[in-house]
Design a binder for this molecule. Sequence first.
Ligand code: ZN
Length: 498
Amino acid sequence: MQTKCWRNRIDRRRNGLAALLALLVVGALAGATSAGGDEWQSLFDGKTLDGWIQRNGKALYTVEDGVIVGTTVLNTPNSFLCTEKMYADFVLELDFLVEAGMNSGIQIRSHSYKHYNDYQVHGYQIEIDTSTRAWSGGIYDEGRRGWLYPLKDHPEAQAAFKQGQWNHYRIEAIGDRIRTWVNGVPAADLKDDMTATGFIALQVHNSKTAGQKIKWRNVRIQDISGKASPKMLKALIVDGQNNHDWKGTTPVLKRLLEETGLFTVDVATSPAARLPMDAFKPDFAKYDVIVSNYTGDDWPVETQNALVKYMENGGGLVIFHAADNAFPNWPEWNEMIAVGGWGGRNEKSGPMVRYRDGKVVFDNSPGNGGSHGPQHEFLVTARDRFHPIMAGLPEKWMHAKDELYSTLRGPAKNMTLLATAYADPAQNGTGENEPMLFTIRYGQGRIFHTVLGHAAEQMRSVGFIVTLQRGTEWAATGRVTQVEVPEDMSTADKVNLR
Ligand code: ZN
């Protein structure tokens, strides 16, 4: 039953997985000991903690004789030595030697963010339990839901852990299934889809006894992210030129997408302005969604055509803030973005789109396309509360001090207006409800366009974050699985920042 379900999900993938990979997934589910030809990579160089970051508590992490040693320290919370890298689907193996009386664990698909209890590490933990309870190999949700897979009905797994000796863990996290083995004995088998990606971390639990030690060695991984899981979506951010701080905003876009647990994110950076562009040919077809953080020199015709074809065939595109300033003379691009600004756009480019008396109005009056008054906080008002990107969000929320893009112009075809903002004449605004968030259909493709987010500071606005995350998923798949509205969602009275 499980296998059938996975096959169905694989069939739905647009990029057509090779039969070999399908076999790999089925093989892994059937408990094969090796995941095909994927290479083992060591997460520890045997000498330094390069590639690792310590978070939360102040327990001591050192390297001694090719082994990572964690030592308890008094009066400090749980400590975590975390990989800098995120891993989605993988097989992880390691050995550990733990002093009796200690508690520890291996975090997988875990995260640490300012907005979540001030960087508290949270996520799946493969328990290391020296107590008589003997739940080593069980799965605990650290900093989140507590026990997900205790070992109370698994006496064989409970007996597999060896006190005072080196123990071996195998941890497989593939799609929504996480399985563990303790010294070769199957322990946990959990189906859970809360988090699909994150870092790996070695825990030293807080302790009433100082100087207790746990050692780890042979920490190695087979990373099969993006190959085995039908769930991970591949996003490509395009940047390299912009009259905005793209070097500051691309890492934020990347982090916000990765934080959803739904995306792996690559970046394609073009040559700088006025340098030859001929070789700039991102492979759009490899991705579920393209996020444009680009405005600048024209792309080569071949690259333009590749994007058009990708979109006609059902691709996904996200237009972020000044990306709608790009390519004023590329007709297909203007259709994809619906409306844009500057670059000589005017009434010949198409109408302005406004919301008056409860309906969308196309305004053909003459004038330049693209303007904004001084930055200020403003209210965003939902105009389509049933669209998957908007479902459950408040009707109105305050957005951070930002530019209120106005008088954008373009073909405005096949466009669904999701949200507007009133451009107050007191802020040099137009006195109109200007489009802030909208979607466009282009061929079989889907576009999400947000005019919000001038720079990293504005991107801290929770309303921006939620709609970007949902909008990018929608552009990639036509669906939104991020249905929960975060507790810190901005309200009509107050903008919340992360
Ligand atoms: Zn701007």
